[in-house]
Design a protein around this ligand. Structure first.
Ligand code: ATP
Ligand code: MG
Length: 340
């Protein structure tokens, strides 16, 4: 029952994220195909062991909407997490391959994620903390499951210490340093659904040039209510990115003046501008109007209430008319899976 690295044969690389990489492997004694996530962690052995203990909770997580867990082990200096392999990959990969995703499929995704979040929270008091298309997986049986949820507090801390994710699915209250709640996941779901339906990240390119850093800092929570470590770190990284972006821009200008053309006219919003935008501007919506069913627009609007008190919980949202209709026989996901 105990997994050992020696028993796992690498088949291919499935992808890389901020904190490590994921490989498709075969457990040779049983023949089981698995996904092995290698997490780079710069922590003391005692912390690593603690993480490993905390990850064992995943053995008790059993839901058709949650990736199943085979086990985890330390393979110095990394932690390896072995989980169910999903042969159609994550939803970001799918829309990048096939384009915008049919709204009926998006409805099934919303249903699956809400069911998964409700299960994690009601049964295990776990908040996911990282809902985004790359953490929603799909397989050729037509199943949709979520992965990479925050089971281990120690792992969350270690990752926060080693790198800073550019969390662009982060809710306005999180950007401002408030506590994570299950409603923050609902915001991230709303952003993810728009991304899938439109086939692109919902925050448009910005043409705005230099925005002021001090401006942004004043949008963060007042010093009396200190932002979390992660947020503080993010701000620092954002500054670095901002500087790098400016550098690139200057270079571009220089090159332009020499008459060298560059691909793409628009400029990407810097992370700083993006976070500022999320906090200060109205939330994105499922637009253009008339392209999508009214109920889906309304659902996304309720995920994206900027005030977390006004935002509903995953459990409440399961009662939304769009979700109730998505439960019905709207589209055959197994048949859809066979189209790509
Ligand atoms: P981030 O590090 O910012 O969270 P990410 O989610 O893309 O980004 P990883 O969690 O390391 O990064 O995953 C990398 C890729 O591996 C994913 O995008 C997904 O396509 C693939 N992947 C992850 N888990 C599985 C799995 N269980 N089955 C199949 N593919 C998977
Ligand atoms: Mg992931």
């Amino acid at each position: 029952r105990d997994l050992r690295n020696e028993d796992l044969k690498d088949l291919r690389e499935l992808g890389q994220g901020n904190g490590g990489s994921v490989k498709q492997v075969q457990h040779t004694p049983t023949g089981t195909i698995m996904a092995k996530k290698i997490v780079l962690i710069d922590a003391k052995p005692s912390v690593r062991k603690q993480i490993l203990r905390e990850l064992q909770i995943m053995h008790d997580c059993s839901s058709q909407y949650i990736i199943s867990f085979y086990g985890a082990f330390i393979s110095d200096p990394n932690i390896c997490i072995c989980m169910e392999f999903m042969d159609k990959g994550s939803l970001d990969g799918i829309y990048k391959k096939i384009g915008p995703i049919d709204i009926e499929v998006v409805g099934k995704v919303a249903l699956a994620v809400l069911e998964g979040l409700t299960y994690l929270y009601d049964v295990h008091r776990i908040i996911h903390r990282d809902i985004k298309p790359s953490n929603i997986l799909f397989n050729s049986k037509g199943q949709i499951k979520i992965c990479d949820f925050g089971v281990s507090g120690e792992l969350i801390n270690s990752i926060a210490d080693t790198f800073v994710g550019t969390s662009t699915y982060m809710s306005p209250e999180r950007i401002q340093g408030a506590q994570y709640t299950v409603k923050s996941d609902v915001w991230s779901l709303g952003i993810s659904l728009i991304e899938l339906a439109l086939g692109r990240f919902p925050f448009a390119e910005s043409s705005s040039d230099d925005s002021d850093l001090s401006d942004f800092e004043s949008t963060l929570s007042p010093s009396s209510q200190r932002p979390s470590n992660l947020t503080m770190r993010s701000v620092n990284e954002i500054k670095a990115e901002k500087a790098a972006e400016k550098e690139r821009r200057d270079k571009k200008k220089r090159r332009k003046s020499k008459g060298v053309s560059l691909q793409g006219g628009g400029m990407t919003m810097s992370i700083l501008e993006l976070l500022q935008h999320i906090v200060n501007e109205p939330a994105p919506r499922l637009t253009p109007e008339d392209r999508f069913p009214k109920e889906s627009e309304d659902f996304v609007d309720s995920c994206l209430s900027k005030d977390p008190d006004a935002r509903k919980t995953p459990k409440d949202l399961l009662k939304h008319p769009w979700i109730e209709s998505s439960r019905g026989p709207t589209i055959d996901l197994q048949a859809w899976a066979s189209t790509f």
